[in-house]
Write a protein that binds this ligand. Structure first.
Ligand SMILES: C[S@@+](CC[C@H](N)C(=O)[O-])C[C@H]1O[C@@H](n2cnc3c(N)ncnc32)[C@H](O)[C@@H]1O
Length: 131
């Protein structure tokens, strides 16, 4: 790992502010992030059976659930092919409730050009408006 944090501060604060305890949340490409652990601590306590892990490409993910919040920290930016980017946004739109939220973070044009030694696409607010 190139870096690690013990508490998912920014995402966690945001999720706690905009969702309720019973809202369905998806953390796309969670990796070894502690976001889910932090949410369990804050919200679920002994209800860890309410956490489901799916091991698959997000582009192939399908669920009958619609989510109140879709969280993606540095996953979308790995999609360098425009067709994949559009397919991801289509999926996000389908899987998030109409009054739901998404929090999508990527590297900015001032940030690194690689993530985990892989090519990424950098975004700023202006570029994200293309979607
Ligand atoms: C840079 S890590 C970020 C992990 C976590 N979101 C965090 O903030 O600590 C990117 C993660 O996205 C996952 N990933 C990359 N492409 C993916 C895809 N197409 N579908 C699902 N997961 C993907 C990787 O396996 C990795 O766990």
């Amino acid at each position: 790992m190139s870096w690690h944090q013990a508490q998912s501060t920014i995402s966690l604060d945001w999720i706690l502010e905009f969702t309720n305890k019973n809202d369905a949340i998806i953390d796309v490409g969670c990796g070894v992030s502690v976001l889910v652990d932090n949410l369990i601590d804050k919200r679920l306590k002994d209800h860890t059976k309410k956490v489901y892990f799916h091991h698959e490409n997000i582009l192939e993910f399908n669920s009958n659930h619609q989510f109140s919040l879709w969280h993606d920290r540095t996953v979308f930016h790995f999609l360098t092919d425009e067709k994949d980017q559009k397919s991801y946004i289509k999926k996000l739109t389908k899987q998030v409730k109409k009054d739901g939220y998404f929090l999508l973070s990527t590297f900015s044009p001032n940030g690194p050009k690689l993530c985990s030694e892989l090519n990424i696409v950098q975004y700023d607010v202006k570029k994200s408006r293309n979607y």
